[in-house]
Design a protein around this ligand. Structure first.
Ligand code: MSP
Length: 505
């Protein structure tokens, strides 16, 4: 692969961003940064944005006494601000109220109609406003939507429908053969299971009598484009840049709540309009906080900005992505965040960095010593790079990639402590120098491994070790031992991760 186009879902603007949105966006950011380091920044395109049409947002705007556009502008800006505070490196932030997007959707809808995939029909069914989707009574739990816990409304409308059944067999066969790869394996089974239960055709328009906020259907002014058709199309309209398109996406990230729309509706719409299908979708887990769904009334909501103020940008990014295995459901335990930060960042990476720079200053005059016997560190490192690369490119276990980093930190700590390096330094400065070199070299590689996750810390370590930033991508692709230049001086750096007091939590 020599290019990488990655997307997140575009988030509804009915409320400010929460850490569920931050989780997906930072994970996508880590993958985008990783690929930029390997392929060059021109080869990567990272798209995120906001989903702004539909009944849910219209109602929310009115309830706040605002026009829908003003309301959308405000919340969309909040998303942009939070992502910018978190150092998210998207190449484009798309809004479905952008003129270019609206024009694109109209063309897309016309292409759908021209393809013969649409038909007009009367429909009566249950509609969940939270999902912006029709829902069958089988899917309800105690009469309520399993995701939004609200009762759906009964809707009777004349709409334009998409002949999903015509395209479904081809979609299924591409999913089965992994031509459209749905990851992890459990998500693929879930999609195929859904198909087994029957997935009806869906309407691509809503009557203006019911929905007042959306894009008009080009050939029928009584209808607006169904919000999911409008939303999914962002991956195409947002991919247009400098008269070229990044489509097809190499990776589309999301949680399982929107799997059906992405794995079944979206590929079918693409087939009908003659577009290529995306290469991969990765469905990460849905998390709870202290064992319960995030909810204001339970008081367990974590504001992404609070997390950031407490732990710093890199601390917050790290904590979010290491709570539970990427791809599985999990729980975020608020009380354990400080403990984890102190153990893994302050006492882990931060302490190792401090320890080895102090030893270098004290015994080597602040200069990187000469290399000697790597003492097995070289092999350990190349094994870790292999596992790390598998995590970033094959299994997408982002937490696993960071586990390798912790493993290397532990190895260095043990190496220093068990050998009593500081004592060797007093009697055999050459040997101590070789050992210090080994740890510094490993630390340099660790700085590269953490770059996608903690870009600022990564850079600070390399600045301290006098590594030229332009070298990064070369180092990345060769994973070689012996990059550090003996004789160059290391510079002092402030504490990477100041310890946090548990009592304040
Ligand atoms: N607007 C649609 C998506 C359209 S994409 C063409 C939508 N928006 S949303 O605001 O509800 O975002 C859903 C997504 O937010 C999930 O798929 C996931 O990426 C992220 N998450 C929201 N809550 C989350 C958790 N509690 N846990 C993990 N991810 C979470 O659906």
């Amino acid at each position: 692969m020599n290019r990488f186009y990655i997307t997140t879902p575009i988030y509804y603007v009915n409320a400010a961003p929460h850490i569920g949105h931050a989780y997906t966006t930072i994970a996508a950011d880590a993958l985008a940064r990783y690929h930029r380091a390997r392929l060059g920044s021109d080869a990567v395109f990272y798209l995120t944005g906001t989903d702004e049409h539909g009944g849910k947002i219209y109602e929310k705007a009115l309830s706040e006494g605002k026009s829908p556009q003003v309301f959308c502008d405000e919340i969309s800006q909040k998303f942009k601000d939070v992502w910018s505070s978190y150092g998210v490196s998207h190449n484009k932030f798309i809004r479905t109220t952008d003129v270019e997007h609206k024009n694109f959707v109209k063309k897309f809808m016309l292409a759908l109609k021209d393809s013969g995939a649409l038909y007009e029909s009367e429909y009566e069914g249950l509609y969940c406003v939270g999902c912006e989707n029709f829902i069958t009574s089988k899917e309800l739990i105690e009469g309520r939507c399993p995701y939004h816990k609200t009762e759906p409304e009964l809707v009777l409308e004349k709409n334009w429908f998409f002949n999903l059944q015509k395209y479904l067999p081809e979609v299924i066969s591409k999913i089965k053969s992994d031509e459209l790869s749905i990851l992890p394996a459990g998500a693929k089974s879930e999609v195929l299971g859904l198909v087994g239960q029957g997935v009806p055709d869906f309407s691509v328009s809503r009557s203006k009598e019911k929905i007042k906020w959306g894009i008009e259907l080009p050939w029928d002014d009584s209808q607006l484009v169904y919000v999911w058709c409008d939303a999914l199309t962002n991956y195409l309209s947002g991919a247009l840049s400098d008269a070229q398109t990044w489509w097809p996406a190499n990776m589309q990230l999301m949680a399982k709540d929107i799997l059906k729309f992405h794995a079944l509706y979206w590929p079918a719409l693409l087939l009908a309009t003659g577009y290529e299908l995306p290469e991969k979708m990765f469905i990460h887990g849905f998390f709870t906080i202290n064992g319960s769904k995030m909810s204001k009334s339970l008081g367990n909501v974590i504001d992404p900005m609070d997390l950031l103020e407490r732990f710093g940008v890199d601390g917050a990014r790290y904590l979010l992505l290491t709570q539970f295995p990427f791809g599985q459901d999990g729980d975020i335990n608020k009380d354990r965040l400080v403990e984890k930060y102190n153990a893994e960042l302050s006492n882990g990476l931060g302490n190792l960095f401090n320890r080895i720079t102090v030893l270098t200053e004290k015994y080597m005059g602040g200069l990187i010593p000469s290399a000697g016997d790597p003492d097995g560190m070289r092999e350990a490192l190349s094994e870790s790079w292999l596992k790390y690369t598998e995590c970033m490119e094959v299994s997408y276990r982002l937490d696993g990639a960071l586990f390798e980093v912790r493993h290397l930190i532990g190895l260095c700590d043990k190496y220093i402590t068990e050998s009593k390096l500081w004592e060797i330094a007093k009697t055999d400065v050459v040997r101590a120098g070789e050992m210090i070199y080994n740890v510094l070299e490993l630390l340099m590689h660790i700085s590269l491994m953490i770059e996608p996750f903690m870009p600022d810390t990564s850079r600070r370590i390399r600045v301290a070790l006098c590594i030229d930033d332009s070298l990064n991508s070369q180092i990345y692709s060769i994973h070689e031992w012996g990059i550090l230049k003996s004789g160059s001086s290391i510079s002092k750096s402030p504490i990477l991760f100041p310890k946090k007091a548990i009592a304040n939590e």
